[in-house]
Design a protein around this ligand. Sequence first.
Ligand code: IMP
Length: 424
Amino acid sequence: MEKGKVDALLGIVFGDEGKGKVVDVFTPKYDVVARFAGGPNAGHTIIFEGKKFVLRSIPSGIFAEDKINIIGNGCVIAPDLFMAEAKELETAGYDLKKRLHISKRAHLILPTHRVLDRAYEAAKGKNKVGTTGKGIGPTYSDKASRIGLRVGDILENFDSKYQALKARHEQILKDLNFTDYDITEEEKAWMEGIHYMSTFPLTDTEVEINQYLKEGKSVLAEGAQGTMLDIDHGTYPFVSSSNTTSGGVCTGLGIGPKQVGEVFGIFKAYSTRVGSGPFPVELFDETGDKIREIGHEYGAVTGRNRRCGWVDLVALKYAIMINGVTQLVMMKSDVLDSFETIKACVAYKKDGVILENVPFETEGCEAVYKDIPGWQCDLTGITDEKDFPEAFKNYIQFLEDELETPITILSVGPDRAQTIIRNK
Ligand code: IMP
């Protein structure tokens, strides 16, 4: 961590890499923690002082009194969900209003955006994206269409702006014949959320962050989702609607590329995906079920079963390239403790052709695997990397050689103490 720089902590596959667990390792080192993209589609499970919290929109530096937390301009925010999330933290004794600043330029998710999310999904038939239903896509669409409502709009003539956008949405829903919805209760909570949000510092966070950097403060940009869900670089159209990659750190916070320092890429020792879309390493057999069971791979936001498979080096190499990853963080290594053989996807095969790069269309790609001997022992009690079994050391070395990037942090169990920082 360098003073006056923004480091990025990014999920580099399909999200759910377990960022929540390592924020303890990261956040104490930084003065500011900022979210730059996405919204309540994220769910970072954080255990703090023995209590479990699921953060959706609020950055994970919120537990420390001395940190500024920022919801950046690249984010979208649902006032009702934000209020519920924030009040839970306030009830637990965290004084949010002193520590959380929200960008005036972040976009608001309206109740009708969520209805539109459902309507668009229903209209897609077999090609559903499998969204989280939080209105993310429709909100970013309105942003790009230049009709969206921003947090700063709360401060002036808000009701008429809200009614105009809501009416526009209602017309679209009517045109889609999607009229079986009732947002009366939701809207009440949403309006309460608007009022509640207006009691927070709503600021020009981009100016603020640049000022902090000038003063030599350090900033952690906390990612959400993952590279393969990026609107530009993911498995389009089965993606989220924002830039979840390191480029999104610049646009989503308003900083220049030279202000980015380290880019930490988080991945799991295996792969998961929620929602639809191509997933060449997916296992449909009992091995996939075993990984899901041991790794507790069920969605934090929707509770859906996560699709599971072996580690995908094609996707990881691509993500390292797209993000300029400088250090890797490998999570949940212990989930593979009992496997005799571990597989790593080293290439894709499509129409008989071997592909080493992520193609334009991943649909129809099969994984080509390399077998690696498993370590078949319990990693969870190991606190020093020199005590790792040889086979696990070999697995790490194999990944580092293939990915040409050091793995500097390794997680070997769910507890915060089961995190090993390597001296690289
Ligand atoms: P949306 O972001 O709700 O529009 O969903 C688009 C796709 O991204 C769906 O496949 C979701 O399951 C996936 N997605 C969105 N947020 C997350 C996340 O935090 N973790 C994993 N997948 C996500």
